[in-house]
Design a protein around this ligand. Structure first.
Ligand code: ATP
Ligand code: MG
Length: 169
């Protein structure tokens, strides 16, 4: 499974509808400082609801993700798995009553827990290491060996068994 495409509408610095194609394999995004590279990562995390806090999207509020002066932002992530393709969309909208966030799976309105359930079949979890953010590597190198071992156990799926064993005893 891989991300085939990301479509941004009024997300952060992307004031015009922008389609970013990806390929199956290693993809690098390069560009000058401030050109929006990190915003692309933020958009994927936002769309898939992978960060517990908007702070991790480098925004104080969800509405800060909307391109300046607009009242709605939308991101779609298109996955390709074999010959099937799947679409996750998230929208944040400002109305006169406040702001609202909406999720869609393959065009049908849904909620975050359904999105997470959908992603888990591909091994994508909000508390996993699918996404390594700036600073994470430094944090990991500065950890104690025991803390670092815990991360490896988490990734390898060993922690799950440790937890089950602890519950039993
Ligand atoms: P660097 O190489 O320094 O890491 P980058 O390519 O990762 O840069 P980003 O951090 O993705 O750049 O983009 C930063 C730009 O996004 C800033 O110019 C900022 O003003 C702009 N930006 C962030 N939020 C919004 C918004 N809501 N509306 C318009 N522009 C925004
Ligand atoms: Mg950056």
């Amino acid at each position: 499974m891989f991300i085939k495409k990301v479509v941004l509408k009024n997300f952060k610095s992307f004031g015009k509808k922008t389609e970013i194609p990806f390929i199956d394999g290693f993809v690098v995004i390069s560009g000058p400082n401030g050109s929006g590279k990190s915003n692309i990562i933020d958009s994927i995390l936002f769309c898939l609801g992978l960060t517990p806090s908007t702070k991790q999207l480098r925004a104080d509020r969800l509405t800060d993700l909307i391109h300046n002066g607009k009242n709605e932002a939308e991101v779609t992530v298109v996955f390709q798995s074999g010959n099937k393709s799947y679409e996750v969309t998230r929208k944040v909208k400002i109305t006169d009553k406040g702001y609202y966030s909406y999720y869609y799976l393959n065009g049908k309105s849904t909620n975050l827990s359904e999105i997470h359930k959908f992603l888990s079949q591909f091994g994508i979890y909000s508390d996993a290491y699918n996404v390594v953010m700036q600073g994470d590597v430094t944090r990991i190198t500065e950890m104690s060996p025991l803390q670092r071992r815990k991360i490896i156990d988490d990734i390898a799926g060993i922690s799950e068994f440790d937890e089950k064993r602890e519950k039993r005893t």
